[in-house]
Ligand binder design. Sequence first.
Ligand code: MG
Length: 382
Amino acid sequence: MTALRDREAVEAEERERLARYAVASAESRGRVVAEPPHRLRTAFQRDRDRVVHSRAFRRLEYKTQVFVRHEGDHYRNRLTHTLEGSQIARTIARALRLNEELAEAIVLAHDLGHTPFGHAGERVLAELMRGHGGFDHNRQSLRVVDLLEERYPGFRGLNLCSETREGILKHGVHWEHPVPLPPASEQPCLEAQVADLADEIAYVNHDVDDGLRSGLLSAEALARIPLWTELREATRRRIGEAGEGVLRARTIGALIDRLVGDLVETSARRLEAAAPADVAAVRSRAEPLLGYSGPLDRERRRLKRFLHDELYLHPHVVEATQASVPLLRELFEAYHKDPAWLPAHVRTRFAVDGEARAIADYIAGMTDRFAHSERARVRGEA
Ligand code: MG
């Protein structure tokens, strides 16, 4: 064994370590613009690094997940959500002998297309773009990595591998996209399925945590969820005397552990039973192969419904993000009326993407705080 572990060595290890239905880095369907391989990093390590070094990734820090930023420094934003999700994805991928770096790259990129001000912001843009091709955050994430990041001389975007883009894209495409799309299939590769499930485990857990900490979710209301109560009681017995903060943190830890544990065990059994020969066999299945056991799946749905009703529709959360609706509309109209407000790189894209799309791309990329300062500027207040 040589001291240096280069890309070829890592690819050889993958052939030993990964399941036959995993996506091996050396067998990627490749990039839209062919590039020579890297001496040290595999194709998916490179994708992950390109995402982390992108400007859109850094902006995630100042984008609302559920709680708007001025409410406190300890609530999740899109960046910390993304990082928690990516680590959960790595655990699941590793436990199922799938490609960790691919699952990680997909999760790191999955929210790049989110607008400022969470889902309220997305709804405004969708409304403003009606008649101009619409707006959706998954599609926007693909636009970011395929078109909007400008970091290379030979192509627009990050030129990510087909499998990474397949995972970002999620549910097929019913709209125009100027870069050739990954081939359509019934299901995405298993690493994309992992990314989707890890995203959900991350947000369900941190939203319970942030919801309790903020006081918007009450412990009494959450006690209606049997899974939560069971884990909280088991945690209390296990750790003994502890403060409320520690008990909550350990219960959240137990919940993540329960979801991940059930998911990998159930999925491993399904993979053994279905025994897909390769990635193509995974993609052609009518149903996703990864998933939870029946009982936990019901509990998981119940908890998600609870969060939807009690937290996402909480008047305080709705009000805080609804404040952004007139703000984004005003910006869109100001740019449309007088494109001189826009930076030159956006105006030059009018000819390529159309005016409405170029403006929507620009607004979607904004952080919450930049959107506020832009409104002050177009009003002549700044
Ligand atoms: Mg997410």
